[in-house]
Ligand binder design. Structure first.
Ligand code: SAH
Length: 237
């Protein structure tokens, strides 16, 4: 066994639900009382598992997404579950020009970065982007035929030209809204992390991202569920 206590950090309920059901996880009512974040626990092939989501914004009753909620959820999950490894699981955009297809599952490669932080001051430039190292998934990706990519994070679903320029300069291949925040907290606590992201939309398709996202959410979350079982089997070996 490579890790015997793993926390899966997810943003949206729809992304987490198929995995919660597949792994027979049970809601943990002692997780994060008084806050929107929700937790589930269980076991998989001897691994102690926990899964946390951001929960719903009390103002809008919609799933919380983005970096603030992910930061809180990750920090609370670490103090509550003391994981040896964190997996940030979710949906993402990717580039058709890189050969990505809707439904593809990516594992993070090298590092996770913020793609919308522009601070041209030596030192703070790098700190703002983050360059948070991820756990090496090359062997797992080869074994289970996953694609790997550099995951980039911002708090926006769209991709204005300045973000596209930065993503290209950073070699970004998988675009989403939480990974760098989760990775920052994991690094502060010295806990290894990697991401498992399923593609809901191609950011260079010309179709509005929000439309593509909704159309493909079910396909992507189904693929996430299948992927996480393969990932956990590998980690349990
Ligand atoms: N809940 C909204 C859409 C949320 S999409 C709706 O139902 O319409 C944003 C979520 O999906 C974020 O958690 C983000 O991590 C992920 N995501 C998927 N595709 C993305 C993209 N192209 N850019 C940024 N985030 C994306």
């Amino acid at each position: 066994m490579k890790f015997d206590n793993i926390t899966i950090v997810v943003a949206m309920e729809a992304e987490a639900k198929p995995v919660i059901e597949k792994l027979n996880l049970e809601e943990d009512h002692s997780y994060c009382p008084g806050m929107p974040m929700l937790g589930w626990t269980g076991h998989f092939n001897g691994i102690k598992l926990s899964l946390v989501i951001n929960g719903k914004d009390p103002e809008t009753n919609l799933d919380l997404i983005g970096t603030q909620a992910a930061t809180l959820a990750t920090d609370y999950a670490i103090s509550h579950y003391s994981p040896q490894l964190i997996i940030n699981m979710g949906t993402a955009g990717a580039f058709g020009e890189n050969g990505s297809e809707i439904g593809d599952v990516y594992l993070s490669r090298d590092h996770v970065v913020f793609h919308d932080r522009r601070v041209p001051i030596p030192g703070w430039d790098k700190q703002s982007i983050g360059y948070f190292k991820v756990w090496d998934t090359e062997e797992l990706a080869l074994k289970e035929n996953f694609k790997t990519g550099i995951v980039t994070t911002s708090n926006s679903l769209d991709m204005p030209p300045i973000d596209e320029k930065n993503i290209r300069a950073l070699g970004g291949e998988v675009k989403e809204m939480e990974a760098a925040a989760v990775a920052w907290v994991a690094r502060l606590h010295g806990i290894p992390l990697f991401c498992v992201k399923a593609v809901t939309d191609l950011v260079d398709s010309g179709i509005p991202t929000e439309e593509e996202f909704r159309q493909n959410l079910n396909l992507a979350t189904g693929n996430l569920e299948k992927a996480i079982v393969k990932v956990l089997n590998y980690l349990a070996d």
